[in-house]
Ligand binder design. Structure first.
Ligand code: FAD
Ligand code: NAD
Length: 367
């Protein structure tokens, strides 16, 4: 039924096929869409269950089967972008001929609105944890070999932990390993590490538990979500990033991506709001980047500075924004991204509207 509904809305719905050699089984998904890349498909296999979710705009197309034979843990994913074809190459455990791929599981071979798919989780191992500020840490999680998942720029995932007998989930935004990480498309295949900058709130519900994990312990990680689309950066000339506290996290990949992949880009300005100097995440990396790449500028604004602070002070304000948000030319294509505590983001968006920036020129990161 759902397939029928979509068929009416879109001229071509996805389909799949499979074929085999002695040692391999290849599943081919024909999305019939052009803007498909390695971020678009999320693959998991666990025991005999195989699940490939292809994200096509606001829909998910699922190939979901209980495989008829055993396969090895690792597999490869290839995307032929110009025809929207995805190939998933599985390695057979035994060189026997398969009569069928497997038994269909829930929603197999159907296309459903993404909001109705529910979040799918896999267990990831904590590989390292490094102090970044007095209360913020860089966590590195390793995806299982039996998963292919790349979090698109500007999107977040949910982390899940059992806390006092209940499963608790909270959203977090993956970052690059550092501001100087290579960021060329397509992102390296087999990118099995996911990094997070997470502030630990001593009185918080979730983060103290996360902080108590030992290296080698597991956390469940969901499929990505979020409404930022990378095409918002195409042909951009001025990128302004307004981040408060850990609201810096979505800016990391946006910044790296824009500086590496957007040739039209002239200026990237980050206005980074924190309480004190000690709260500034990756300050020296930001300063180094500004030194190295003349297109990039950073301004720190503190709401509770010590008397020695000679830089900008206060909360987000119309005065700060009008001074800071200068287009490099009257007609330049601009995007302003905001992220931080809800009052920061809400007030910021309102101030930007008052400064005559249009809706299309503003992206706020929220849940
Ligand atoms: P909570 O239990 O939610 O408490 C947080 C703080 O509020 C604590 O200081 C607590 O004492 C206080 N508090 C709790 N309840 C009350 C109350 N009723 N009145 C007054 N104070 C109260 N965070 C990151 O660090 N990194 C990220 O990359 C990141 N990405 C995010 C992405 C999205 C889309 C969203 C929506 C949020 C993101 N966050 C991120 C925030 C994250 O999801 C959690 O909200 C955060 O980690 C706090 O979780 P917690 O359970 O430890 O704290
Ligand atoms: P924080 O308490 O350290 O505050 C950082 C700065 O935010 C302050 O210095 C101030 O300039 C500004 N600020 C705080 N409260 C304000 C208010 N009431 N009005 C105007 N400005 C205010 O911030 P934190 O503890 O790092 O929290 C970061 C917030 O960002 C969290 O609420 C988190 O949920 C959110 N966040 C959201 C996303 C997302 O939606 N995608 C991603 C990451 C973080």
């Amino acid at each position: 039924q759902v397939t029928d509904t979509l068929a009416k809305e879109s001229p071509s719905s996805p389909s799949y096929d499979w074929f085999q050699t002695d040692s391999l089984v290849t599943i081919v998904i024909y999305t019939k869409q052009k803007d498909i890349n390695l971020d678009s498909v999320i693959v998991d296999h666990r025991d005999d269950s195989f699940r490939a979710e292809t994200v096509i705009k606001d829909y998910s197309y699922l190939v979901h089967v209980a495989l008829s034979h055993e396969i090895q843990e690792d597999f490869s994913v290839l995307v032929v972008e110009n025809v929207g074809k995805i190939e998933i190459v599985l390695k057979k455990k035994e060189n026997t001929s398969w009569k069928r791929l497997g038994h269909p599981q829930e929603n197999h071979n159907s296309i459903i609105p993404k909001k109705d798919t529910g979040l799918f989780y896999r267990k990831c191992q904590l590989v390292s944890k490094e102090d970044v500020t007095h209360d913020t840490k860089l966590f590195c999680l390793m995806l299982p070999l039996s998963t292919h998942l790349q979090v698109p720029v500007g999107q977040h995932v949910y982390l899940k932990l059992p806390i006092t007998g209940t499963e608790i989930v909270k959203p977090y935004t993956p970052v690059s390993h550092s501001l100087f990480s290579e960021f060329k498309e397509p992102v390296l295949p087999n990118n099995i590490y996911i990094y997070f900058l997470i502030k630990i709130y001593p009185a918080g519900f979730f983060t103290p538990e996360l902080d108590h994990l030992q290296i080698g312990d597991y956390v469940s990680v969901s499929n990505p979500e979020g409404n930022f689309i990378i095409s918002q950066l195409q042909e951009l000339e001025d990128l302004f990033l307004l981040a408060a506290g850990t609201g810096f996290t979505p800016m990391v990949k946006v910044l790296n991506y824009a500086l590496t992949n957007i040739p039209s880009l002239r200026k990237v300005k980050l206005m980074f709001f924190n309480k004190t100097e000690d709260d500034i995440i990756w300050r020296s990396q930001l300063e180094k980047l500004a030194f190295k790449d003349k297109r990039f500028e950073v301004e720190f604004v503190l709401s509770a500075p010590t008397s020695e602070w000679s830089g900008k002070q206060g909360y987000i304000s119309p005065a700060l924004l009008s001074e800071y948000l200068k287009r490099s030319s009257d007609a330049s294509k601009v995007l302003i991204c905001l992220c931080g505590p809800t009052p920061f983001t809400e007030q910021g968006v309102k101030m930007l509207h008052d400064l005559n920036f249009s809706k299309d020129e503003i992206h706020s990161f929220t849940a």
